[in-house]
Ligand binder design. Sequence first.
Ligand code: HEC
Length: 145
Amino acid sequence: MIAAVPATMALAQTAENETVKARRAFYTMLGFEMGGLAAMAQGKVDYDAEAAQAHAADMVTLTGLHTADFYAPGTSKDDLPGETRALPVIWEDMGAFQEKGQAFGAALAELNTAAGEGLDALRPAVGKLGGACKACHDDFRAADF
Ligand code: HEC
């Protein structure tokens, strides 16, 4: 039975590592879609209504995931140093964290409407969404691992 204890711990550790991997993959995909929009907003890539709409729609799809389980307990930077930048304050103040998520959702809805309406509509909507990303990162994401 002694051997069963470390085996169980190893399993729990794996589940938490998998959660962090999934969480970071989620944000990587969000960042990828945002990158395509930012390139257009900044004039690095020609504006393309269809591509802009696809990026926005994919972000809407991503945020339709049940993201709560990406924030399982035991997956903060304090729990898993070197693996995640998610600050423990997320779990201490989940309400404030969710407020940032809601502001992000509202900005994304605006962007989703504006994306196909030309560069002049896209640009401010991308700026606003980027601000919502940053607002959450400022409070809840560490600068390094
Ligand atoms: C409600 C809070 C919140 C919002 C809104 C948010 N993020 Fe994040 N983001 C985080 C947290 C927390 C992490 C750290 C995840 C980790 O290290 O486990 C993160 C990590 C990331 C990462 C790094 C992924 C990696 O490889 O570790 C990228 C890229 C990213 N976010 C992009 C974005 C973009 C782009 C937006 C807006 C379109 C956005 N995020 C909106 C909280 C947020």
